[in-house]
Design a protein around this ligand. Sequence first.
Ligand code: GTP
Ligand code: MG
Length: 191
Amino acid sequence: MAMIDLDNRQIVAKIVVYGPGQSGKTTFLKAVHELIPEGQRPALTSIENELGRTVLYDTLPIDAGRVGDYRMRFQLFSVAGNEGSEDARQAVLSGADGVVFLADAQPERLPENQESLSELLNALGRLQKTTAEFPVVIQFNKVDLVDESVLNELRQSLNTDELPVSYSSALNRRGVVDSLQTITKLVAQSL
Ligand SMILES: Nc1nc2c(ncn2[C@@H]2O[C@H](COP(=O)(O)OP(=O)(O)OP(=O)(O)O)[C@@H](O)[C@H]2O)c(=O)[nH]1
Ligand SMILES: [Mg+2]
């Protein structure tokens, strides 16, 4: 649920990056973090184990310019895949204004993508949200590892034709800005 701070004239919205374990959610937030000029870079908070797996979430605030007289800010969160529980992911999801479903584009990860997407859609259902009015973008990550024909098949298998799609290679910081713009624009329009 976006917060409107009248005193400081700012709107803060929450975007959650959801997806199966190891799809690149933390790498995506790190890539966004590194795109912010050093002097203005806020802290990226990661709660992870000794193997670098997220156990709760990562979070990063970003500034997205102005909407009228108001400063628009987004608090990005990524959930924990394998190492986190479904309850923890639900908790991170609550109060979200939009979701990026970060799929792993490698064909052998299809079952994990399908399972995670269905968990997300069920969780949104429990929060009384449907993708008809709530912004959800499917972001295919690790595109550096696959060719385009695989992406078409993956899109069909996930059966998400009605949802906006973006592509990234978070590790190489490719597609990160476009992907971020896709979700932030949809969220800003929905507020
Ligand atoms: N080739 C390639 N590897 C990637 C890309 N993005 C992430 N990785 C790698 O995938 C692995 C998992 O990345 P993470 O960012 O930790 O994945 P995660 O989704 O946060 O994982 P959990 O927090 O455990 O759910 C790491 O070895 C990353 O370097 C990408 O775009 N291309
Ligand atoms: Mg992670």
